[in-house]
Design a protein around this ligand. Structure first.
Ligand SMILES: C[S@@+](CC[C@H](N)C(=O)[O-])C[C@H]1O[C@@H](n2cnc3c(N)ncnc32)[C@H](O)[C@@H]1O
Length: 238
């Protein structure tokens, strides 16, 4: 189907997809959830079109990461790479003050749904920003939302090229407080796509700081999460 027809069909189905997504969100919010349940919802929320919520993560890896983030008792979380909002659902459960999630795609259709992700009673404000993380103007927008507040956890899961992921690390690492965490997705040495090059950055970074890897199966192709704890003097330069 030509892309303009695909877009038109998405628009026409949007009201139905929206109704379904909000019904799912209400079901999710009916009771207090454990972290493991939230991860399960992020994997299986479902839905269609712009309103589909999902995450392309390995359950064991994302659960281990979410537990490490929970141990920080984070107030502020910054994510580069929202996609279908699966990981944003998890971060909005964990952040007590704010989640800033960014994507190069226009996130306007998803904003009403994703901004309601935090559980009932949570004070977490969700800012869903659309723009290219590599553009200085966009970085300024992120900094304006933060307004000087330190980030506890930065999840870098946007541009997966070596140059792109390195730029995101260099451009946003100063926002993370000492003791906070920076995580990268797709650190496995074997990757199914040539454009997935996070492993090259990870190889250079891991001798420079306290790091941990969550890799479900050492033989797997793709996935794998690496976390770096920011030292007192700040995240290492590359
Ligand atoms: C792998 S997906 C993120 C998945 C999501 N974190 C999850 O697991 O649920 C990567 C996303 O990064 C976005 N992206 C790629 N390059 C970007 C850039 N330069 N700035 C902002 N977002 C970017 C893509 O549009 C895509 O939606």
């Amino acid at each position: 189907m030509p892309s303009f027809l695909k877009k038109l069909s998405r628009r026409l189905r949007h009201p139905f997809n929206s109704r379904y997504a909000f019904a799912r969100l209400r079901a999710y919010h009916t009771q207090p959830r454990s972290l493991e349940q939230v991860v399960d919802w992020a994997m299986n929320f479902g839905g269609g079109g712009y309103m589909r919520v999902k995450t392309m993560q390995k359950p064991a890896e994302i659960t281990a990461l979410a537990q490490a983030v929970q141990a920080l008792q984070p107030r502020l979380i910054l994510e580069i790479g929202t996609a279908s909002g699966g990981t944003a659902l998890i971060w909005s459960y964990l952040a007590s003050e704010a989640l800033i999630s960014c994507d190069i795609k226009d996130m306007t259709p998803q904003r009403p749904l994703f901004s309601r992700f935090p559980p009932p009673g949570s004070q977490c404000q969700v800012s869903l920003l659309s723009g290219n993380s590599h553009e200085p103007g966009f970085r300024a927008q992120v900094e304006a939302v933060l307004d000087g507040r330190p980030v506890d956890f930065l999840f870098i899961d946007g541009d997966h090229t070596e140059a792109g992921v390195t730029a995101d690390y260099r451009d946003y690492k100063h926002l993370v407080r000492p003791g906070g965490l920076i995580a990268f997705h797709d650190i496995c040495e074997k990757q199914p796509l040539a454009s997935n090059q996070v492993q090259y950055l990870w190889r250079r970074l891991k001798p420079l700081a306290e790091v941990e890897e969550f890799i479900h199966d050492p033989q797997q192709s793709g996935f794998g999460i690496g976390i770096l704890r920011v030292p007192d003097e700040g995240a290492p330069d590359l």
